[in-house]
Ligand binder design. Sequence first.
Ligand SMILES: NC(=O)c1ccc[n+]([C@@H]2O[C@H](COP(=O)([O-])OP(=O)(O)OC[C@H]3O[C@@H](n4cnc5c(N)ncnc54)[C@H](OP(=O)(O)O)[C@@H]3O)[C@@H](O)[C@H]2O)c1
Length: 512
Amino acid sequence: MADTPRHPFLQGLSKHRGAPPTVVVIFGASGDLTARKLIPAVYNLSVDGLLPADFHLVGFGRKAISDENFRALAKDAVREFSRRELNPDDWGRIAARTTYVAGDYDEPAAFVRLAAQLTAIEQRIGREVQPLFYISTPPSVFAPILRHLGASGLAGKYLGQDHHAKVIIEKPFGRDLGSALELNTTIRGVFAEHQVYRIDHYLGKETVQDLLVQRFANAIFEPLWNRNFIDSVQITVAEEGGVGSRGGYYEQSGCLRDMIQNHTMQLVALTAMEPPGSYAAEAIRDEKVKVLKAIQPLSLVAGGDVARAQYAAGMTGGKAVAGYVEEEGIAPGSTTETYAAIRLSINNWRWQGVPFYLRSGKRMARRVSEIAINFKRPPGTLFAESGGFDLAANTLAFQLQPDEGLSLVLNTKIPGLETRTQPVKMSFRYSTTFGSNTPEAYERLVLDAMIGDGTLFIRGDEAETSWKLYTPVLAAWAAAGAEGLDRYAAGSWGPASGDALLARHGHLWRQP
Ligand SMILES: NC(=O)c1ccc[n+]([C@@H]2O[C@H](COP(=O)([O-])OP(=O)(O)OC[C@H]3O[C@@H](n4cnc5c(N)ncnc54)[C@H](OP(=O)(O)O)[C@@H]3O)[C@@H](O)[C@H]2O)c1
């Protein structure tokens, strides 16, 4: 596997990030995430020559299927979902090292069979392997899997040279502070923190990683990155789609749990954190936790720091679409929010007085995720005297999807004999500069976990700190029911209450 040609983007890059011999064990191997993201990620890492020479893949699930059938399912997944076309030779290299273990997630004997499978692999290749357990099941079985990994001794496997058994845990990481604490207690009873990789795939996105590079590799930003120059920060994670077939899941979740508590808070932490002492995982995660801890409790009264709403029928992409409560699997009187907007105050030296506005919603005007840094408005007096033109505030926007890139709004002179100004946008797009075949977030994250680099994963205390902020909001919304739940037309930029949240402080949502 190691001798396959490297992807052109990776040529010339250091290969020091080599992983030790690894067996990736996927729990929930027949699932949607496994097919759409995990198997294609393994395939593309293999094509790029980034998998260790002794790499193996083991699927674990309740259905009794043969190794052969699992390989056929995995091959179909690559064919359907990989960013690269299926190449039979490339696939053949992985297929030869792919097997399946059938068993229940709460059946001790199944974990004995899994351990035996790992031992058989080691005997065949004549060396020890590091297991990387990927828990890609519904959260109801996270705890039993973790406990059995502990009881079977698999979690304690140690290869020397700092290579331990590792576990990746999918989202959702709890549904409130209590359940997150409980899950962390279960994890800590079995694994040490350095073995644990709580995934938030947003952190694997190129632009999210680029945020740290832009902030700390360019001398021009850091001096301005504070309350003296920045007026406000807006983070938008908007989806154009509705709940689709995932109504049952969404009814238990809602926007705050699905997007705000995890993805947008990671973006807040990376935008607002202090420069870390090094690029090491712990140095970065320490700074992220510090800034999360500096966020003030949210005001939950009407006219406070939060707004929630549900989409009503409307138009999207030129088509009429149903409202949330008319969607499949949604209770007619559901009060689940499909939109949330939050105003955060970070009480530290750098950010005191600079609001961080977050919004996320389904069925919004278009699919876009961005972080916009709005600088203070320049004094316009000079140009006002010669024509009365309103200068725009400079905005630096990191677009995370769909078209990953960076833009800066600058005021510019309109050519002509008068001195008239107009804001213009200077843009950089990943796809134009580097080509469009960028590795997917899951490729980066699976590779990092194999290597043992936790930088782009969430530490236990980060998850707890974020839940501490939002659990009172969830409790207040549950108690209020329909009272205070606003509506917005599908295909719009959200409800009036979301706009009012900013207007109260003299701000407007930007149109991304
Ligand atoms: N799908 C996505 O795009 C996505 C994105 C981000 C995060 N996630 C997270 O990733 C995890 C897996 O997502 P998924 O969409 O792949 O889930 P899924 O398809 O519903 O379930 C994954 C697998 O788990 C097993 N399973 C399902 N229900 C179970 C139950 N009640 N008890 C025991 N096992 C059960 C099944 O495998 P067997 O029948 O083979 O045992 C199933 O194929 C979830 O935690 C999800 O929140 C998913």
